[in-house]
Structures are given as structure tokens and as C-alpha cells.
Design a protein around this ligand. Structure first.
Ligand code: ADP
Ligand code: MG
Length: 255
């Protein structure tokens, strides 16, 4: 069984007064095996955020199913959703979403506090993680005291501390300079190598070229996929660029 199965996913937004309908997702189908590192690309308006919001159980599809380890996300009861999200999913956002009145350590602890873990258990979990992410020395600092790259590494720590089944990332490098981008991508590759499943929406060809598979969304459907196989990052980069050109000019991708 795949870790994540997305079947016949459709999303139609209806404006408040019922007048206009926008079909954001037409028919999306794909599955993700445990341990994969997936990048999702597509032009603005192609449905990426809509898809990610549904996978994050922040929004419901109009029809279709999303199974995570066989559990149907689209039918979880409203009262169980936040606990489900906290226990199974990790999130990394472009704008970090750290709370400024909390130290970095407390930001990272937050999901564990919410699920009622003891302080000693939280401590046991943060030590190896902070070491791996190179943030041991700044844990007592506040978000406004550290760089964008350091904030993003804390956001990654917060995403990982619950040991989620899958990490969902929306433009995780979007607010980073090129050096911090490289550091974050290295980090994602490292946690992927450790077995973490990652699904990342990105505009960046450079970021996508680090993934093990790239899905291209167009007009609310999966238009094309690139599997890394034994390709190098450079070869992936070239293939992705070629596909984006084809997408932008409206042709069919060739193998
Ligand atoms: N809340 C909403 N209400 C109405 N239309 C929306 C809403 N959110 C997104 N859309 C529309 O759905 C389509 C897909 O949007 P989105 O998922 O944000 O695409 P992307 O993230 O790829 O740019 C677009 O046409 C967008 O205008
Ligand atoms: Mg978007």
C-alpha cells in the first residue's frame, strides 16, 4: 500500500453568491511511496496550493479521496482534524510561521506541548534534532534574533519533532537567499536519506532538482512526471527546465 494515495481529486470553488465557479482541481491522481521526496511544480493558478491544502486537511475536496496509510483524510470528523494533523503531518512554510513571543526551543516544542508530551520526552527529542539541524546553540534565542535561514531550520525542526508520516512544504525556499536555500535543500536531502517522506511545492527548478520525483500540475491535473532514476541533480535540472518550457508554450512533453 502506498503511504499517500490521491484519487480522482476534484475541487470546485463557488463564490459566496453562487455565481462563479472555479474548477481548481479537475482530476488529480497520484500516489507517494514511503520515503519518496516529491516536488510539485506548475504555473501560478494551476492548483498547487489547493492540492496542498487538501493534503494538509485544511480544506475538503469537492469529490475524490486522499488516503494516508489507508486512512481517508476527506472524511475525518472536524473535531479530530487538528490532532490528526499534528500527529501525522509536518509543515514547512515559506514564511516560517514561528511565534515571535516564544523562544526557538518553545516554538519547536509547541506541537508536543499540544499533544501532552512530558518535558523530559520533549527534551529527548529536541537534542538529536537540533544537533542534526545545526541549531543547538541558538535554541534560547527568539525568532527576531536569528537569520532567515536559521528560522527556516527551526521550522524544519518543529515539523520533524512529531515524527510525522509526511512533511508538506509550501515554497520552503521562497523567502531564503541563495546560501540559505542551499543549506535548506541539503537538509531536506539529508532527512530524505534518513527515510523521511517529503512533498514540496516549489517554483524553484533548483529545489525541484533535488527531489526523487517531480509532478507537474497543469489546469488542475497531473500533466507530467519526472522520475530521478539515476540522474544527477544537474541532469534533473535540465529535464525540469525542458518540461517547464514545454508547459509554458503549451506543447506535449517528450520522453
Ligand atoms: N478560495 C478560493 N475561492 C475561489 N477561487 C479560488 C480560491 N482559491 C484558489 N482559487 C482559484 O483556483 C485556481 C487554483 O488556485 P491555486 O490552488 O491557488 O493555484 P496555485 O497555488 O498553483 O497558484 C485559481 O484559478 C484560483 O484563482
Ligand atoms: Mg499557490
Amino acid at each position: 500500500m502506498a503511504l499517500l494515495e490521491v484519487k480522482n481529486l476534484k475541487k470546485i470553488y463557488t463564490t459566496r453568491f453562487g455565481g462563479n465557479q472555479v474548477q481548481a482541481l479537475k482530476n488529480v491522481n497520484f500516489s507517494v511511496e514511503k520515503g519518496e521526496y516529491i516536488a510539485i511544480m506548475g504555473e501560478s493558478g494551476s492548483g498547487k496550493t489547493t492540492l496542498l491544502n487538501i493534503l494538509a486537511s485544511l480544506d475538503k475536496p469537492t469529490s475524490g479521496t486522499v488516503l494516508l496509510s489507508g486512512k481517508n483524510l476527506t472524511t475525518i470528523k472536524e473535531k479530530d482534524i487538528s490532532a490528526f494533523r499534528r500527529d501525522n503531518l509536518g509543515f514547512v512554510f515559506q514564511d516560517f510561521n514561528l511565534l515571535d513571543t516564544f523562544s526557538l526551543e518553545d516554538n519547536i516544542f509547541l506541537p508536543l506541548v499540544l499533544s501532552g508530551k512530558t518535558y523530559s520526552e520533549m527534551n529527548d527529542r529536541i537534542r538529536p534534532l537540533a544537533k542534526k539541524l545545526g541549531i543547538e546553540d541558538i535554541l534560547k534565542k527568539y525568532p527576531y534574533e536569528v537569520s532567515g535561514g536559521q528560522k527556516q531550520r527551526c521550522a524544519v525542526a518543529r515539523a520533524l519533532i512529531t515524527k510525522p508520516q509526511i512533511v508538506l512544504a509550501d515554497e520552503p525556499t521562497g523567502a531564503l537567499d541563495s546560501r540559505s536555500t542551499d543549506e535548506l535543500l541539503k537538509l531536506f536531502s539529508d532527512i530524505h536519506e534518513d527515510g523521511q517522506t517529503i512533498l514540496m511545492v516549489t517554483h524553484s527548478t533548483r529545489a525541484a532538482s533535488c527531489a526523487s520525483r517531480v509532478l507537474f500540475i497543469k489546469d488542475g491535473e497531473v500533466f507530467h512526471q519526472i522520475y530521478r532514476g539515476d540522474m544527477t541533480d544537474q541532469k534533473m535540472y535540465q529535464k525540469i527546465s525542458d518540461t517547464l518550457t514545454v508547459l509554458a508554450t503549451g506543447g506535449e512533453p517528450h520522453e
